[in-house]
Every structure is written in C-alpha cells, then in structure tokens.
Design a protein around this ligand. Structure first.
Ligand code: C2E
Ligand code: MG
Ligand code: MG
Length: 437
C-alpha cells in the first residue's frame, strides 16, 4: 500500500539500510540441484516488521526512485556472488530491473565497471525484466538491453504469459530465459490446456535457444509435470520460500530434489528432427537454383556451418549438460554417428550446389536418413534407460530414506537397495527431501 511509504520514509529506509534481500532458489529440473536464486527485496522496518515489494515498489517506481533500489540490489548480489566464489562454488543470482533502469546509461556503466574491475563474473548475474517493460519500449531502451547482454550477463523475460509479449519482442531482444508466470503454472498438473500452453512455450523457447524457468511451483504434482514437459528450471514455495542469503546458501549445499532429464531428452529428439528437415529443405532449395543463382551463394561457408556438430542444439546439449549421461554407453555411442551425420549434411550441401547426378544426391540423402534414424534411436534408448533408472530409484527409496539425512544413511541405503553408487550425478549426492512450502 502506498500509504506505508512516502518520500520521507523512503529516504529514511535508504539511510537506515532497511532494504534487505531474500533469495529464492532456482532448481534445475534435470539434476534436481539448486543452480541459483532470485534476489527479492523486502523492507524491514525499524519495528522489525517486513513489508513485501508489492506494497512499496509501485510507489517507488511512480516516484522515479527505482534506480536507487536496483543499485542496492545489484551491489548486494555482487557481494554475495563474491562470497560464493571465495568458497570455490558457482551459483547464479538474478536481480529484477525495470524500464526506468534502462532509460539512461547509469546501470550499464555501473555493471561494466564491476565487470572490468573483476568484482563481477558477468555470467553469474541474470537480469529479470517484465514483459510489459519491454513491449513498446523505445529503440534506445532496447539497445541498452542488447548492450547488457553483450557483457555476458543473461537476461530473462519475467512473468511471461500474462498477455503482453509479442513474438517480435521475443525474436528481436536478447533474452536467454523465459520465466513462465505462475498464473500459467498454478494448475498445469490438472488443466490439460494449460499443460499444452506450457509445453509449447517450452518448445518455442528451445527453438529460440532459450531456457525456461517455471515460477510459482506450489506442489509436487506441479513440479513433476513441469519436469516431464522439459522445463529447465523451477522456482516456487514447494521448493523453497524466499529466505535469507545464508539459508539459501545452506540449502544449495544440502538439498536436492528429484531431477529427470527425460523431458529434455524428448525435446532433443524434436530438435534433431527439426535439424534434419532444415537441411533437406536447404538441399532442395539449392537444387532448384540456376547456375548463376548458385554462384552468388558462399556454399563453402554454408557447408562448413552444417559440418559443425557442436553448434546444433543436439551438439550443444551433448557437449554441455548432456555430459551428465556419460556413464551411459548409449550416450558415448552417439558421438560418432552424430559427427558422421554432420559430415553427410555438409557433403549434401556441396553436392546440391554442383550440377551433379541426381542419383548420387539421393544416395547421400538416404545415408543422412539412416544416420538420423540412428540418432533418434539412441535418444529414445537413452530416454528409456534414464526413465527406468529414475523410476527404480524413486520406487526403492521410501519416505523414511528421504527424511533421514546424512551421507552414511543415504549411501548405505543406495548400496544395499540398488547398488547405484556409481551411477553418477543424475541420482547421486546426499539427498534429503525438503519439506513442502
Ligand atoms: P517476480 O520478480 O515475479 O518474483 C516472484 C514473486 O513470486 C516473488 O514475490 C516471490 O516471493 C513469489 N513467489 C515465488 N514462489 C511462489 C509460489 O510458489 N507461490 C506464490 N503465490 N508466490 C510465489 P515478491 O517477493 O513479493 O515480489 C513481487 C514482485 O516484486 C516481484 O515479482 C518483482 O516484480 C518485484 N520485485 C521484487 N524484488 C524486486 C527488486 O529488487 N527490484 C524490483 N524492481 N522489483 C522487485
Ligand atoms: Mg522476477
Ligand atoms: Mg515473475
């Protein structure tokens, strides 16, 4: 309520350092581990009462004072990131910024100087900005967003799905993450239409090379549904309420939730099919061109682009988070096929650009199809294997196992029941179930 804040109380709150930050964990739905947190402001009044942002941020924004809040939020986050770094760990912290922060160069200059002085590792700071901020924003505001992204910081579009975003905003601005609003997430486990909307948003984000964070996860059913839909990260009361930095940090080192990469593995199959379709379309386009039209195209660059097996979505996954699966034989078998697939793709492009025999082209297309089929088979097998291991893991562990903490209890239980102690990161570590809410 604005009546809880006026210019005097704002000034006083600043002087008395009454603005503090709670940190709400973000959990990877692939590994079940905490990977970072969102910093959320609170006004801690002199009588000890806590005022949540909805009661004062609108006022602060309306009075044009938000930049002072953002400055404190960033400096607080940078301070904590340094503490984390000193411990040899890496967690990402996200800070909320607003339109007013982008109206001039103040924020960019401040962040750049933190990066240049070595006080901030840009990749560990994320900026969250709401949809309504960026829609219809002038060019210079959008340019500043681009400049922020160029420093290496990631930018998330907050509260996605409440009706403001145009596809143009998504395609033109440098977002790396979509935060699905909790109004979409709330009944995703029971409402089929909502589940489809979330599923297609996750898919769209992937195609645009973005990750997804689901906000407002309030129960287990919701968490598990989102995990199956391939959402990348989760945030919500069921995982943890916003807490002091110390509590958040302690949690990040001691708690792990269920992780299941099957949603991601399924999306990977779709990504691969998309890649195959794109390359075959390109081949038929090239074949349809006249000799003079073909000469205008730098075929070698196009072909080399296709031969790069590390930069397609599958490659990025394989050499990135996919490494979590390296203890699976199928994962390792996939590499040679994937490399051969890209070489064939590049070869096809070169052949299509020449006026060669059509039969040869068709033979090569068949090779591409065979390799592509093998990739799908590998991914399906991996998905089934991981699904099986996850199910087995969940089945054999009783509630009691989760409630008891400590390496000893957990490790003994694992060895006795499944002998999974060498299974690697997907289901390893000292897990204790964090109570809901
Ligand atoms: P937001 O950025 O979308 O942050 C998420 C909000 O959802 C937080 O509310 C968080 O406590 C709440 N939340 C998280 N999980 C759940 C859940 O499972 N159920 C429900 N019902 N709520 C959940 P909070 O902390 O009250 O913040 C509200 C908004 O205030 C934020 O929305 C953000 O827009 C703004 N805000 C917070 N801190 C800052 C800040 O430092 N600067 C600026 N400019 N805005 C801030
Ligand atoms: Mg936010
Ligand atoms: Mg939000």
């Amino acid at each position: 309520m604005p009546d809880t804040m006026n210019d005097d109380s704002f000034r006083q709150a600043l002087q008395q350092q009454e603005f503090i930050f709670y940190y709400q964990p973000k959990v990877s739905m692939i590994s079940g581990k905490i990977t970072g947190a969102e910093a959320l402001i609170r006004w801690q009044r002199s009588d000890g009462s806590i005022v949540t942002p909805d009661h004062f941020i609108p006022y602060v924004e309306q009075r044009g004072l938000i930049k002072q809040i953002t400055r404190i939020a960033i400096d607080n986050a940078v301070d904590h990131l340094q503490k984390i770094k000193r411990l040899g760990l890496a967690l990402q912290v996200a800070v909320n910024i607003t339109y007013q922060d982008l109206e001039d160069d103040g924020l960019i200059k401040h962040l750049r100087s933190l990066i240049q002085s070595g006080d901030l590792d840009a990749t560990l700071l994320q900026l969250e900005i709401t949809e309504r901020t960026v829609i219809r924003s002038p060019e210079e505001v959008q340019n500043r967003l681009a400049q922020l992204a160029e420093t290496g910081m990631t930018i998330a579009i907050d509260d996605f799905g409440i009706g403001y975003t145009s596809l143009e905003v998504l395609s033109n601005l440098p977002f790396s993450t979509i935060k699905l609003d909790r109004s979409l997430i709330r009944d995703v486990a029971t409402n089929k239409k909502k589940a489809r909307i979330v599923s297609s948003s996750v898919r769209m984000a992937r195609l645009l090379n973005m990750s997804t964070v689901a906000e407002g996860i309030e129960d287990k059913a919701c968490y598990e549904k989102l995990m199956r839909l391939g959402c990348t990260y989760g945030q919500g009361y069921w995982l943890s309420r916003p807490a002091s930095f110390e509590q958040f940090f302690e949690l990040s080192q001691t708690r792990q939730w269920k992780g299941n990469p099957c949603g991601q593995l399924h999306l990977m199959q779709l990504d691969h099919m998309e890649w195959r379709k794109d390359i075959l379309e390109e081949v038929s386009y090239l074949v349809s061109l006249s000799k003079s039209e073909k000469r205008k195209i730098d075929i070698e660059t196009v072909a080399r682009g296709h031969s790069d097996y590390r930069s397609c979505n599958l490659g990025k996954w394989y050499y990135g988070v996919g490494r979590e699966f390296r203890q699976y034989q199928i994962y390792n078998q996939m590499e040679a096929t994937h490399t051969a697939l890209h070489q064939t793709g590049a070869k096809l492009i070169r052949m299509a650009a020449k006026q060669g025999r059509f039969e040869r082209l068709q033979e090569e297309m068949n090779t591409l199809n065979e390799l592509s089929g093998q990739i799908i088979m590998f991914l399906e097998k991996l998905e089934t294997q991981v699904q099986y291991d996850t199910l087995k893991f969940n089945q054999v562990f009783t509630e009691q196992d989760f409630l008891q903490s400590g390496d000893m209890v957990w490790n003994r239980a694992m060895e006795k029941r499944v002998g999974y102690h060498n299974r690697g990161t997907i289901i390893s570590r000292n897990i204790t179930r964090f109570p809901a809410g």
